[in-house]
Ligand binder design. Structure first.
Ligand code: NDP
Length: 304
């Protein structure tokens, strides 16, 4: 019987692991993907103490910190969480069932898949959700970045340093990125390395073996088509909340786990932290802070 099981492998889960170790709790981390989604972030420039660090390197630092505290991490994706007689039964893909008195649910989110025709078919053949992983495959090529959030703009800037030109396809008339990232993109536009196409929706990705062009809903610069070798997609994330919902945890209409400021859910002993929650400002630093907050309050719960 563990005191606490942490489900997840990203910043919220690792931070929870560090705090739980310091509270001397008997804990286990069950991870599906070590490092979480931050590993696909090219550069972070807002993690205190690191002026600039890749998402992968930061995740490795988190993991090294956790393992140095002898916190056990098992690479076993969780498939079911039940609660019976005040005990959580956490079942993994390998059919192991681990028992605990409390749970911190920090499963994060996954990339939202674009609904346009051809996107799924050409995934890995020119369509990518990870500029850091796949950017170099498109060295000196013309590509498109779909999305108008901070991730899309940051990744477009990074890709414009590798690729011949990056077309940023934004469905509204404005982007919602951090001003510093937007300024960087605007500088790339001035250099002729990037162009932002506003009020434009992608309807199809076309090619033979690999991506050759994309098709828009309406004409842009006199054509509905644009020849590109690659299509990067950054249109937000989907919270991975289904296991919590199946347990009876309340979620929002966007499927985010509802938490209060103590990171409690409506199920006693079941806490949530990070991108899977309904906290509005989704950052590595807020996820880490929530992991710590959840442990602090889970500790109080366990004392009672
Ligand atoms: P966001 O949800 O912020 O933005 C998604 C973007 O994709 C929006 O512009 C949205 O358009 C657009 N979009 C959604 N669906 C479609 C579609 N079908 N077709 C075209 N466009 C679409 O996601 P991000 O991944 O950019 O950011 C997520 C969170 O992560 C944010 O809170 C961000 O601040 C954070 N983040 C944190 C980082 C860090 O910790 N350092 C780094 C990067 C991101 P619309 O506006 O029309 O809805």
């Amino acid at each position: 019987m563990y005191d606490l099981i942490i489900v997840g492998g990203g910043p919220a889960a690792y931070s929870a692991g560090i705090y739980a170790a310091r509270y001397n709790l008997n804990i286990l981390i069950l991870s599906k993907q070590r490092g979480g989604l931050v590993t696909s972030t090219h550069l972070l420039e807002n993690w205190p103490g690191e002026k600039s660090i890749t998402g992968f390197d930061l995740a490795m630092k988190f993991e090294n910190h956790v393992t140095a505290l002898n916190v056990p991490i098992k690479d076993e994706p969780v498939v079911e969480i039940k609660k019976e007689n005040d005990v959580f039964l956490v079942k993994t893909e390998s059919n192991n069932v681990f028992e605990s008195k409390a749970v911190i649910f920090a499963t994060g989110s996954s990339h939202r898949v674009h609904p346009a025709k051809g996107v799924v078919e050409f995934h890995g053949k020119g369509v990518s959700y990870c500029a850091t992983c796949d950017g170099m495959f498109f060295k000196d090529k013309v590509i498109a970045m779909i999305g108008g959030g901070d991730s899309a703009i940051k990744e477009a800037v990074m890709l414009s340093e590798i690729c011949k030109k990056v077309y940023v396809v934004v469905r509204k008339d404005q982007v919602k990125a951090e001003p510093i990232n937007l300024t960087r993109l605007e500088n790339k536009v001035k250099e002729g390395k990037a162009e932002i196409l506003y009020n434009t929706s992608l309807v199809e990705v076309v090619g033979d073996k690999n991506v050759e062009k994309i098709v828009f809903e309406k004409e842009i610069n006199g054509s509905k088509e644009l020849e590109v070798s690659g299509v990067f997609i950054a249109i937000g994330q989907i919270p991975q909340s289904s296991l919590a919902e199946e347990l009876g945890v309340e979620v929002t209409s966007r499927k985010e786990v509802k938490i209060n400021k103590l990171c409690e859910t409506n199920v006693p002993g079941f806490y949530a932290a990070g991108d899977v929650t309904d906290f509005g400002f989704k950052q590595v630093i807020t996820a880490a802070a929530q992991g710590a907050t959840a442990v602090f309050n889970a500790f109080e719960f366990l004392q009672k």
